[in-house]
Write a protein that binds this ligand. Structure first.
Ligand SMILES: [Zn+2]
Length: 305
């Protein structure tokens, strides 16, 4: 039927149909290339001789996720790179030198070519100031067109202009891409959460991830307030995923890897949902001081001291 129809049409119709077919093919191939998904598995330390020191996953055109190999450091944190037209925000710099300077330079170089741009400013920010998220800072200090924000609370307040910490939201404009930055003290005093309007992802650092959510007993009130505030904020947004900075849960509900485990066989996926944040916040009023360890299917509240 189609060939009969085409034969009857004039030459210009052929061209028009060809353009339509080509356009729809290329549009679908672009969305197929970066379909806003996560890898089936992350590098997990099961075969250290074979796995890379860092895994790069391109979530979409403007969001890259780097996983540090558990073979290089048991914390195996995640680093995020969010590109706008003028600035690229890097959340965290790794738990040790695993070659992240070169990895990030390569990602930026390729992104600039793909986007027909010559230069972009790199901002190195942190989910919080603990060593496993800032240890790579020194690798970026001398990088041209780069700002590394200090890990201490004063530096964070100064850079983002938080005058009423922990209140307020800083709106960071990366160039056509808006990121909301929220103070989230509790796990650590300079902890931040990010909400990315482009991907509708909420980045929660070490305050919510599939693993052990550590907090000191003395900071539980601050931790609770922060998580409640974050949930209230998140209810005003579409939250497609919640991404934290580690995986310490196995695929078996409620079962984590022992502390410092060097291989994560059958690791749970990275992404959480708004329901996990809701589950945590709904439990908070039940807490009695001193708070006891509380095991959920996909994360564990882990008081220390
Ligand atoms: Zn951490």
């Amino acid at each position: 039927m189609l060939s009969l129809y085409l034969r009857k049409k004039c030459h210009s119709s052929f061209i028009l149909i060809a353009i339509i077919l080509l356009t729809s093919w290329s549009a679908s191939s672009i969305s197929m290339e970066f379909p806003n998904t996560f890898p089936k598995t992350w590098i997990n330390g099961v075969d250290c001789a074979a796995e890379a020191k860092g895994q790069v996953h391109q979530y979409n055109e403007n969001l890259f996720i780097i996983r540090q190999s558990v073979c290089t450091n048991f914390e195996a944190p995640f680093i995020y790179l969010l590109f706008g037209k003028n600035k690229v925000l890097m959340q965290d710099s790794g738990a040790s030198d695993f070659g992240q300077r070169q990895i990030v330079d390569n990602i930026i170089k390729k992104w600039l070519i793909d986007n027909d741009l010559n230069t972009i400013e790199l901002i190195v920010s942190h989910s919080h100031g603990h060593g496993d998220h800032v240890a790579g800072d020194s690798l970026f200090i001398d990088r041209p067109n780069t700002q590394v924000i200090g890990k201490d609370l004063d530096s964070v307040k100064r850079f983002f202009g938080f005058n009423h910490w922990p209140d307020g939201i800083y709106q960071l404009d990366l160039g056509g891409r808006r990121i909301d930055i929220l103070p989230l003290p509790g796990h650590q005093d300079a902890h931040l959460a990010l909400y990315d309007y482009e991907t509708q992802i909420l980045f929660t650092g070490d305050s919510l991830y599939p693993g052990r959510i550590y907090f000191k007993q003395e900071n539980f009130v601050a931790f609770s307030k922060s998580l409640k505030k974050l949930y209230k904020y998140a209810q005003t947004k579409t939250v497609k995923h919640i991404l934290g900075t580690h995986i310490e849960m196995t695929k078996q509900p409620g079962v984590d890897y022992p502390f410092t485990t060097k291989a994560h066989k059958n690791e749970r996926k990275l992404q959480l949902t708004i329901q996990h944040l809701e589950q945590l916040v709904n439990w908070l009023p039940n807490a009695k001081l001193p708070v006891k360890k509380q095991v959920f299917d996909d994360f564990i509240l882990y008081p220390t001291n």
